[in-house]
Design a protein around this ligand. Structure first.
Ligand code: ADP
Length: 261
């Protein structure tokens, strides 16, 4: 998942606010990933505020070099550097907590509520991009047990990937549909369908590999982290083609009865 490039799709400040919480939780979510994946993910998370700080520092220097210097603009650029520096610090702080090996969480929660929370987090930004996510959420699903924040991260990654896949021309109408249903083995199944670029046969086997990306600014970590999280919850994740175009990313999780068994 390339947060930076999604951010450029949206009005930057708003999306930063909306995603801040979820992004900051990524370190926590990454508990289940391998050390290599974790290192890559950390550099990705920290690189973004650092790059923004460099841009803002350049801007501040330009405002100060003006005749006369524009102190107000320079002040604003410095405030942004301060904010981004704090954010990078927070991410590092969370990674420290992570290395201390907190015990895995075992919340019990409703997957539909979790999905609606993620949609609420992204809805304004999706609307601005001409996207209104549709949902078809099944009633009477068994509760899921595990780390709610990690599973929100999975859903968020899948939604933002779908948005990216539909950001180019030729994706209209842009359809984003999120569904839940009961899975055969008394669990739940979540599907995120888009009408975007879709999948090429040669890439389909590699999408979930760490560092596999087709984006110029991608890290190729999003789906790999999704898979780690889902598998750590006893589930699996897969992708198929959508009709007439686009992709369907799905994951299944054992329901509470099964987990308890
Ligand atoms: P990144 O977004 O940084 O590339 P991901 O692991 O999230 O990393 O995705 C890996 C690759 O999978 C992407 O570069 C893209 O080629 C493909 N992909 C992911 N989601 C979709 C989607 N909804 N539609 C088409 N291709 C996708």
């Amino acid at each position: 998942m390339a947060f930076a490039s999604v951010a450029s799709l949206f009005e930057r400040k708003r999306v930063e606010e909306a995603l801040h919480q979820a992004q900051a939780e990524l370190a926590h979510a990454n508990r289940v990933t391998t050390a290599g994946q974790l290192a890559a993910s950390i550099s990705h998370e920290v690189a973004q505020p650092v790059a923004a700080s460099v841009t803002n520092a350049n801007a501040a220097l330009r405002w100060l070099a003006g005749e006369p210097p524009n102190l107000e603009e320079a002040r604003q650029a410095l405030s942004r550097i301060l904010r981004d520096g704090k954010r990078a610090g927070e991410i590092i702080g969370r990674i420290r907590a992570l290395v201390r090996k907190e015990p895995p969480r075992k919340d019990q929660f409703d997957i539909n509520d979790t999905i609606l929370e993620v949609i609420a987090l992204t809805r304004i930004e999706l609307h601005r991009n001409g996207l209104s996510p549709q949902t078809r959420l099944a009633d009477g699903l068994p509760p899921v047990q595990g780390d709610r924040i990690q599973l929100q991260q999975v859903i968020l990654n899948l939604i933002l990937n779908a948005v990216e896949a539909m950001s180019g021309p030729g994706s209209e109408p842009r359809d984003l549909l999120i569904t839940t249903e009961k899975d055969e083995a008394s669990g739940v199944r979540v599907a995120v369908r888009d009408s975007g670029t879709g999948l090429s046969p040669e890439s389909v086997d590699r999408l979930f590999d760490a560092f596999y990306t087709t984006k110029t600014d991608g890290m190729g970590m999003g789906l790999s982290i999704c898979r780690s999280i889902v598998e750590a919850h006893g589930g699996r994740v897969w992708v198929t083609a959508n009709q007439p175009r686009g992709a369907v990313f799905q994951f299944s999780l054992p329901g509470e009865e099964e987990t308890a068994a």
